[in-house]
Design a protein. Structure first.
Length: 107
């Protein structure tokens, strides 16, 4: 699994929460982190993906991807993001990840 794939999964997870719990902090994060705005791999605000990429130092597997994403969100220390990501348990993450990786996707 690539850093960009993990970043996209993180984006999808926060976006799913945002659909049910709209707030300005999440909207701003999603706007800056949007990995689909441009054709290349990155984010709408390139600094967001660069920071994420710098944070992820270990090899990413489907087994450790949830923990890496959770650690990244926790490091950001933005309560709304922590709450949003915490609403997704590891089992739901794995189900979504399997679906995402088994279908055509960017990156």
């Amino acid at each position: 699994m690539t850093k960009f794939e993990l970043f996209c999964m993180l984006y999808y997870a926060i976006d799913a929460y945002f659909d049910q719990n709209k707030n300005e902090v999440l909207r701003q994060f999603l706007s800056d982190a949007n990995p689909f705005l441009f054709e290349d791999t990155g984010s709408a605000d390139p600094a967001v993906f660069e920071e994420f990429s710098s944070f992820v130092e270990e090899d990413i597997t489907t087994e450790n991807s949830y923990d890496i994403a959770l650690s990244y969100i926790s490091k950001l220390n933005i309560p709304e993001l922590v709450e949003a990501f915490s609403s997704i348990d590891a089992s739901d993450w794995q189900d979504g990840l399997e679906s995402y990786l088994s279908n055509p996707h960017k990156g």
